[in-house]
Design a protein around this ligand. Structure first.
Ligand SMILES: [Zn+2]
Length: 317
């Protein structure tokens, strides 16, 4: 039983030694770890404690500067990849733009538009040959009709529609020539046709509006040369195809009556044309329905779309 009393004393002393020893070892390990950590920090943190930028790798570079060099190489490679990607994207955008231009219906096609007549102040009563080399003389141009209900002058309606048609056709990729751009230009019917010929028009579209003694006459029609026309007869087939195409889509768009194609060899502006030529009589200014519709600027947009669609269809688009 004595031994039993002394044994706990010895055990307690031994345990204290073990704990003390362990604490010493832990303290040494802790200090060692702290010193090691400080040493590591000094390699990447400046002595002032402020973060510094990486220095250039020097000869006999340390582990830190090798890392810096690697980062610089990686950055250079990334920049090159970015530049390459940008160049590829730009090339793709350019190709898409070119494809879009090429896909436009009117690409490379030339349309001459003649807004019929001119202002009442312009005297065009002097005469000119009705056809090349012909002894038959006709007035250089006439003054045109006017709206019985709208009061609108035909020369103004023709110009308004023609200017909008030019804008629409250019949007579709066509090259467009107007024989006149205002109401004061003095240009004869023969001169207009020659202008279109010499410009190299693929088609010559003459914009007019009709008038009749009968107030009930209404609808659109076209005029073309006959196949037997000694001057413009060679343009007959193409002119007929053009007239059919324009009339069909114009009447479809406007819901105007389709009065068909008339062959006419008495018109100076047709006889002088060496290009496929058509006169579109858009409607009757002597008819209330047609006159008021054509004078409406919102409706003119519909008319222009119809004519432009007809031209697209003629060229097979
Ligand atoms: Zn007219």
């Amino acid at each position: 039983m004595e031994n039993n009393q002394q044994t706990p004393i010895k055990t307690t002393t031994k345990r204290k030694k073990v704990i003390f020893g362990s604490l010493i070892i832990l303290a040494v390990l802790g200090i060692g770890a702290y010193v090691f950590w400080q040493y590591q920090q000094k390699n990447i943190i400046a002595p002032t404690g402020q973060q510094t930028t990486y220095a250039k790798p020097a000869a006999g570079a340390s582990a830190g500067s090798v890392q810096e060099a690697r980062q610089e190489v990686e950055q250079a490679v990334q920049e090159k990849l970015d530049a390459q990607q940008k160049a590829e994207e730009e090339a793709a955008a350019q190709a898409a733009k070119e494809a879009e231009e090429a896909a436009k219906a009117g690409k490379g096609k030339k349309v001459a538009i003649d807004p019929g007549h001119q202002g009442w102040n312009v005297d065009m009563s002097a005469k000119e040959p009705n056809a090349p080399g012909s002894s038959e003389m006709k007035a250089k141009s006439t003054s045109g009709a006017s709206g019985n209900y709208s009061g609108l002058a035909e020369f103004q309606l023709n110009l308004d529609v023609s200017l909008q048609l030019r804008t629409e056709l250019e949007k579709r990729g066509y090259e467009v020539l107007l024989t006149r751009e205002d109401n004061n230009t003095a240009i004869s019917n023969a001169e207009r046709a020659v202008l279109s010929n010499e410009w190299g028009a693929d088609i010559y579209v003459r914009i007019h509006a009709n008038s009749s003694e009968s107030a009930s006459a209404q609808g659109a029609l076209t005029l073309i040369p006959s196949s037997g026309n000694p001057y413009a007869g060679s343009q007959y087939s193409a002119s007929r195809a053009l007239a059919e195409s324009i009339l069909a889509s114009y009447c479809s768009a406007t819901e105007f009556a389709n009065k068909g194609i008339q062959e006419n060899d008495t018109m100076t502006g047709i006889n002088w044309s060496t290009r496929p030529v058509v006169i579109l009589e858009m409607g009757f200014m002597s008819n209330q329905h047609d006159d008021l519709k054509m004078a409406d600027s919102a409706f003119q947009i519909v008319m222009v779309q119809g004519i432009a669609d007809g031209i697209d269809n003629y060229f097979g688009n």
